[in-house]
Design a protein around this ligand. Structure first.
Ligand SMILES: [Zn+2]
Length: 439
């Protein structure tokens, strides 16, 4: 049986049917000979990381796919902070933030432009003027990450249970920063956090509005970049590392901060990769890099954001083309891996991202392939959302995918065996040898 698992994660690949594609999904319409071959070599099914119909963001979907309970999810702000290398203590709260153009009307802030265009030099000057703030014993720092985006870190007696100020859609009022209705034991800390964050965002608005960068923009008739908006507060929690949970040494290769943060959070090694604009070449490079270190790991998370990003353009034809490019890239790199009988392939997506309509992500299942030595070969020879429904795996949900992987690596523990004090999922466990000098 295979010894290593390569998980090819095509982010947001699942989609809906479009008249412009003859009533097919972009994946159905795409020419994907390599993925079809993988489907023909193994079992197919339809996967959802949670409950069918539920629309999940990538970070929640990945967390569930890796077999973790959402009760342990630390929040996206904390994950991106980790991914960006921001120094975060277990007691810190981290939020996603980005610059925006806002206006004040009758004491209400309105989001005029959530993606303002601003050059790197001006951005660096704006970052510097709001980088540090203190109130009520809480130290607030802003850490720029990519472009207009960054992380707000709160250090002190704080809680992640506060609402977002980012209303996301231009032309809508910003939302008030409030403590959650249910803060458990943290009512006072959540109230303090909301109050400090409100104070920081107001202070940042005043500082940014008065900044010479914005005075110059005003003179040129450009809207000011005069605010930070925040969302998805998070705080790190203790989590059972991936290696300990599954007995597998994991390597994650992904381009986004949130995936890099998640890999770090779960104790995987993280190889930071960048997107070049050629999705096929990018995934080919990641597969080649995986093969180069195949001896060092047992589980590879090979991720591409390209299908999700194409779908967000709301153009089914673009997503079809990107999917074809990915298939060609996988085809160029996968040869030596497919020749290796020690490798188990799992191909799937984290969620569906519709190329039409108003939804950001949608709740349909995504196609799944498990292929490798010993895996049942079903009759499915195409990789898409419709053919996968005829596959031998049927419907696969949540953490089942990690159980399937352990099973096909011959590492599934027969329930009831206890070779370690902790009831691990894998077998043989990291057990202590029986010593004759035990005392
Ligand atoms: Zn995703």
């Amino acid at each position: 049986m295979p010894q290593k698992c390569i998980l090819i994660l095509l982010d947001g690949l699942g989609d809906r049917s479009y008249e412009s594609l003859g009533g097919r999904t972009p994946l159905q319409a795409a020419h994907t000979p390599t993925l079809d071959k993988l489907a023909a070599n193994g079992s197919s099914g339809l996967y959802h990381p949670s409950v069918q119909g539920e629309a999940l963001p990538s970070e929640n979907a990945h967390f569930s796919l890796f077999g973790y309970d959402m009760a342990d999810f630390p929040g996206r702000g904390a994950l991106e902070a980790l991914g960006a290398g921001v120094d975060v203590l277990p007691s810190d709260v981290a939020l996603l933030a980005h610059f925006a153009s806002i206006s004040r009307k009758n004491n209400v802030f309105w989001l005029d432009n959530g993606k303002p265009d601003v050059d790197a030099k001006s951005l660096a000057a704006l970052n510097a003027c709001i980088s540090s703030f203190e109130s009520d014993g809480v130290a607030v720092t802003f850490h720029a990450t990519e472009g207009i985006r960054g992380i707000i870190r709160l250090r002190g007696d704080v809680s992640p249970f506060v609402t977002d100020s980012d209303s996301i859609t231009d032309g809508r009022p910003l939302s008030a920063v409030l403590p959650w209705q249910d803060c458990g034991e943290e009512v006072a800390a959540a109230q303090r956090t909301a109050s400090v964050l409100r104070g920081y965002l107001l202070w940042a608005y005043e500082k940014l509005s008065a900044h010479k960068v914005n005075q110059a923009r005003k003179q040129k008739g450009q809207a000011p970049v005069n605010a930070l908006v925040s969302q998805r507060a998070g705080r790190l929690k203790k989590v059972n590392p991936f290696r300990q949970k599954y007995g597998l040494r994991g390597l994650s290769m992904a381009s986004g901060l949130v995936y890099q943060g998640l890999g770090t959070y779960l104790g995987m090694d993280v190889q930071k990769v960048a997107d070049t604009g050629d999705a096929g070449a990018d995934i080919a490079g990641r597969l080649q890099a995986a093969y180069a270190c195949i001896k060092d790991y047992d589980f590879f998370h090979i991720h591409t954001k390209a299908p999700d990003e194409a779908a967000h353009e709301k153009d089914p034809m673009l997503k079809k083309k990107v999917t074809e490019s990915l298939d060609a890239g996988i085809g160029r790199a996968i040869g030596p891996l497919m020749d290796d009988p020690d490798i188990l392939f799992v191909v799937t997506a984290d969620h569906s991202t519709p190329s039409g309509g108003p939804l950001i992500h949608s709740g349909e299942t995504v196609p799944l392939i498990v292929a490798g030595r010993g895996v049942r070969k079903d009759t499915v020879c195409r990789f898409d959302e419709i053919h996968a429904a005829n596959g031998a795996l049927g419907g696969v949900r949540g953490k089942e995918i990690m159980y399937l992987i352990l099973n096909h690596l011959d590492r599934a523990k027969l329930a009831g065996l206890m070779d370690t004090p902790e009831d691990q999922l894998y077998w043989p466990g990291d057990y202590e040898p029986f010593r004759t000098d035990f005392s």
